[in-house]
Design a protein around this ligand. Structure first.
Ligand SMILES: Nc1nc2c(ncn2[C@@H]2O[C@H](COP(=O)(O)OP(=O)(O)OP(=O)(O)O)[C@@H](O)[C@H]2O)c(=O)[nH]1
Ligand SMILES: [Mg+2]
Length: 241
């Protein structure tokens, strides 16, 4: 788990603890961000995980990046970063997961940073808690208020399917909402080991979509002001200034 201070320092140094070095390839009008390691180049995509407190955002992102269920997670304060590099059709893609805080008091100073230069969004609810499902339109509106462009892929995830007997949100209801927003719907469990591949599929679905986007473009790493979002989105790692 990497707290944002650590990642920020790494971004400013243009390298991380794995020895990745940020390099710039000059194109006609812009610079592209790659990480280069042992001759491999890696594009980076920022994915934020959003939703009510206690729905399992931390456990889902940990299941994907850490490969197991995180027992006794604490409420997220601000944001926790996790990352995993995946091979998509022969290209290394680094997914930088922003595990956000669901509690208002732990997130309010961070909200701008969540949405800045985001490449994809995962909205999570708890299938055993109707109120977490009913909150989704508010989360989706918040995202709209921060001018996230429509082409940024979004996914709806109902978590805690291992507690299906206690389910309060029928799949049919969730599917109606997903269809209304035109988002794909996944129902899964961060806890159930049998669901591991299904959790992976959520993130890989996004990785495939993002891979087919145009190359990422970047301003100078030391320019940390917000950049306009377009289908040629910029990324520069989790710099939170
Ligand atoms: N049964 C079950 N419990 C889960 C699952 N995922 C998470 N939990 C539990 O739900 C509680 C909250 O999980 P977190 O991942 O911390 O929730 P969060 O959405 O990150 O919460 P905030 O950080 O406060 O926003 C914890 O007690 C987890 O053990 C799941 O798939 N099944
Ligand atoms: Mg959390």
């Amino acid at each position: 788990m990497l707290r944002y201070g650590v990642m920020r320092a790494m971004a400013n140094e243009n390298k991380n603890e794995h020895g990745f070095v940020t390099v710039y390839n000059r194109t006609s009008s812009a610079k592209e961000l790659h990480h280069e390691y042992e001759g491999l180049q890696t594009r980076i995509f920022k994915i934020i995980v959003i939703g009510d407190s206690n729905v399992g955002k931390t456990c889902l992102s940990y299941r994907f990046c850490g490969g197991r269920f995180l027992k006794n997670p604490e409420a997220t304060i601000g944001v926790d970063f996790r990352e995993r590099t995946v091979d998509i059709d022969g290209e290394n893609i680094k997914l930088q997961i922003w595990d956000t805080a669901g509690q208002e008091r732990f997130r309010k100073s961070m909200v701008e940073h969540y949405y800045r230069n985001v490449h994809a969004i995962i909205f999570v609810y708890d299938i055993t808690k109707l109120s977490s499902f009913e909150s989704l339109p508010e989360w989706i509106e918040e995202c709209g208020r921060h001018s996230v462009p429509p082409m940024v892929p979004r996914i709806l995830v109902g978590n805690k399917c291992d507690l299906k007997g206690k389910g309060e949100v029928p799949t049919s209801l969730a599917q109606r909402m997903a269809d209304g927003y035109n988002f794909p719907l996944f129902e899964t469990s961060a806890k159930d080991p049998a669901e591991k591949e299904h959790v992976d599929a959520i993130f890989l679905t996004l990785a495939y979509k993002l891979k087919n986007h145009k190359p990422l473009r970047l301003r100078q790493l030391n320019e940390c002001s917000p950049m306009p979002l377009s289908d040629e989105q910029d990324t520069q790692g989790p710099c939170l200034c």
